[in-house]
Design a protein around this ligand. Sequence first.
Ligand SMILES: [Fe+2]
Length: 239
Amino acid sequence: MLNKVFMKMGFAFIESGVYVNQFNASSLHDLKKFYDLELEIDQGNDFRKRAYLKLQWQRKTKQFYPTKNQNYFQTADSNTVDGGKIRQFKVMDKKILNLAIMQSLIHKNLAMINEYEPLLPYDTLTIGMHFIRYIVNQNNASFSSPDWLHKDDEPLVFIHLVELSRTALGGDNLIADDTKKIMHVIRLENDMDTLVLNKAVYHAVTPLGSRQGTAIRDVLLFTIEPHYTQIETTQDKAA
Ligand SMILES: [Fe+2]
C-alpha cells in the first residue's frame, strides 16, 4: 500500500473495509461514545473538541504502549497558529485501546508502517492519536488548526473518518502540489474511510458547516514519527 507510487504521489485513499469487518463493526458505536464523553473544548474554540493519546512502538518486538509523557509538540513551521510550543491536550482514556475497531486500526496501520521504506532506519516510532470533533450548527463554521494548506511535521499521517453527519457541509480534504495548486478533493464519507499522507504534498480540510441543526465531523488523526522528534523526558516509557 505505502509503496514507491505512494511515496511520490504523497497520498492514498484507504476504504473503510480495510479496517471494518463483521467482528469489529459493532465497536464503532463504542468508539463514537468515547468521542461523546471524553473530548474537551480545544483551546477556547467552542466548535472543536479533542483528546490525545501518544503511543510508542518498537520495531523489534512489534509492541506498542502509551507513553508516560503525553505532551504534544508541533513546530511553528507546520502550524503558524498554534505551533512552536508544547501543548497539553486532554489525555484520552487508555481503555479506548481495547475496542476491537481500535485494535484493527492500530494493527493495520502498523503493518503498513512496518514496511514503509523512509521509516525503516528507525527502531522506535512515536504514534500520536488525535481524537477530534468539529461541531457546528447552521449559524457558524468550524475550522481545523492550521486552517489552510500546510505540511505536518510528521512524515506520515493517517486521517480516519469516525463519523460525518448527513447534514454536514464541507469537511473535504484538499491535496495540493508544491506550488500549492490544489490537485485533488477527497471526501471521507463512510465510517473509517481513510486518507494517508506524507510530506510530498500540501493538505487542508475545508471548514465544516451545517445544512440544518447540529452537524459533526469526527476524525482520528494517526501520526507517525521517529521517536526523537517529540520532546521526551528520560523517564518516558510505558505507563
Ligand atoms: Fe495536517
